[in-house]
Design a protein around this ligand. Structure first.
Ligand SMILES: C[S@@+](CC[C@H](N)C(=O)[O-])C[C@H]1O[C@@H](n2cnc3c(N)ncnc32)[C@H](O)[C@@H]1O
Length: 478
């Protein structure tokens, strides 16, 4: 972080603006909006500054700037065309420890004025650290459209009941949870849809109800997609940002884990091929224990939790313990990788159905119904098949599939490092000897469409999978 964003209380504080033109007027107006008493110092004032002086909104000190004038002010802003004056203002403030901003001269600023989205009392500040005011303006404009004006009213309502909630609900965590449920639930929705009085009635009722709200944990089993963070669903994002703890796999991109709240605890329980260092029982037990402690747990899994994800086993343990959970579907590797490789999994001319198959071996064995697979006209997608790709191709040929049958392997699909290898059942195994995990094998005529439909060639900005790291179990967890 280049600068620390802070919000300053300027109510009834003296502030100084040096300069009497249009920029000075804008800056003075901003400080006045925050309740400051603003004086403008300039030999002459014009335009809006003149109007503000005339109608008493600004005090005008009609003089050239002198160092001593900054004393006693909470903030000082210089907005003159004269470099020497701007420098003098900066120096005078710096040696007295007074925060100073010189318009359009970042090197002469001890603070900057961010782009502001004003939904008072909610205020959002946007800064690019002085790099690009235009980008800051565009971001601000986007936020303006995203954040309804009613957010201000919601903040006022919550403020009115803050003390009542403190008196009624004991424990910081429980209170935090209570407010999150109010904001995220029907009461928040009522305010946002303009029914403030009804919302207030419900909130007051909630705080006078006999039973005080208590902590209850919950697990969100979230599909994080195959790699590109943009493929996360809105629901996944919302729950991720509610979680107290994030439990994640190796196939979940770091950028997705970063979307969790800053304070959320992060627990890595990834497995690496061949190293089941954190057993499924450990993971399921960990989720159960965390939820039983009252924590909201986001269990992030690569792709979709119910497709070769063992998500079912994890929630079985929770169901047995009577703990609440929700399941958020994710984009499974087959859909994500095929889409990013330009391989339609079904196609009127090539394949009317698709099958997801595990290529995971138990020992040396790959126990699949080869005859059935070889005879089908489905597109076949083999998960966990990197180590067994040659065996799969050989078996399909041995059971009747054409040696020239088309196939593709997608390595690290949807990420910046995506690579697509295409060939036939005979040639592909030799082309992928250096391919890395995670990889997905697709067998079927549709794979030849990659040559004409491939569109994604990496964007250079998506961190891929996690580097190897030690699995970690929370203290006291199963
Ligand atoms: C244990 S399975 C988990 C599948 C996951 N639940 C899903 O729905 O995608 C892991 C396998 O998914 C495939 N996979 C996951 N992410 C992938 C990616 N970005 N690129 C290629 N294959 C991927 C690989 O075959 C990998 O071995």
């Amino acid at each position: 972080m280049d600068q620390l964003p802070i919000f300053m209380n300027l109510r009834d504080k003296d502030c100084l603006v040096v300069g009497g033109g249009a920029v000075a007027a804008r800056k003075a107006d901003l400080m006045r909006a925050a309740g400051a008493r603003v004086t403008v110092v300039a030999p002459a004032v014009s335009g809006e500054t003149r109007r503000m002086v005339d109608d008493g909104r600004l005090a005008w000190h009609e003089a050239e700037f002198a160092d001593a004038m900054v004393a006693g002010n909470r903030l000082v802003i210089a907005a003159t065309d004269e470099t020497q004056v701007n420098r003098a203002v900066f120096a005078a403030c710096e040696c007295r420890g007074i925060p100073v901003n010189v318009a359009d001269q970042p090197e002469l600023c001890s603070f900057i004025l961010p782009g502001i989205v004003d939904r008072s009392p909610v205020t959002i500040a946007v800064s690019t650290g002085g790099r690009s005011p235009v980008l800051a303006r565009l971001m601000r404009a986007r936020l303006e459209t995203l954040i309804p004006a009613s957010f201000g009213r919601l903040a006022n309502l919550l403020g009115r009941y803050r003390q009542a909630a403190k008196d009624r609900i004991h424990g910081l965590e429980t209170r935090k949870r209570f407010w999150e449920d109010v904001i995220d639930g029907p009461i928040g929705n009522l305010v946002l849809s303009g029914k403030e009085r009804e919302a207030e009635g419900q909130l007051a009722q909630l705080l006078t109800d006999k039973a005080a709200p208590t902590d209850s944990g919950e697990v969100y089993l979230i599909g994080a997609g195959p790699g590109d963070p943009d493929l996360l669903t809105f629901r996944a994002l919302r729950l991720l940002q509610k979680a107290d703890v994030v439990v994640y796999d190796r196939l979940v991109a770091p950028a997705i884990v970063d979307l969790a709240r800053r304070e959320a605890e992060r627990i890595y329980v990834g497995k690496r091929a061949g190293h089941h260092s954190c057993s499924q029982e450990d993971i399921s037990g960990l989720l159960r224990d965390l939820a039983a402690q009252g924590k909201r747990v986001a269990r992030l899994k690569g792709g979709d939790p119910f497709i070769f994800g063992r998500g079912g086993e994890e929630i079985e343990v929770l169901a047995a313990a009577g703990l609440p959970f929700q399941v958020v579907p994710g984009i499974t590797a087959a859909s994500g990788c095929a889409a990013y490789a330009g391989i339609p999994l079904t196609h009127r001319d090539h394949a009317q159905s698709v099958r997801f198959v595990t290529g995971h071996r138990r020992g040396d064995e790959l126990d699949l119904d080869w005859k059935n697979l070889a005879e089908s006209r489905d597109t076949l997608v083999f998960y966990m098949s990197l180590g067994s790709a040659r065996q799969i191709c050989d078996q399909l040929i041995a059971h009747g599939m054409a040696r020239g049958g088309k196939a593709a392997l997608i390595e690290r699909g949807t990420t910046d490092n995506q690579r697509v290898y295409t060939g036939t059942l005979t040639t592909l195994p030799n082309k992928i000897t250096a391919a890395e995990s995670p990889s997905l094998l697709i067998v079927g005529e549709v794979t030849q469409l990659h040559d004409s439909l491939g569109w994604f060639h990496g964007r250079g900005d998506i961190p891929t999978v996690f580097p190897d790291s030690e699995p970690y179990l929370a203290k006291g967890a199963a």
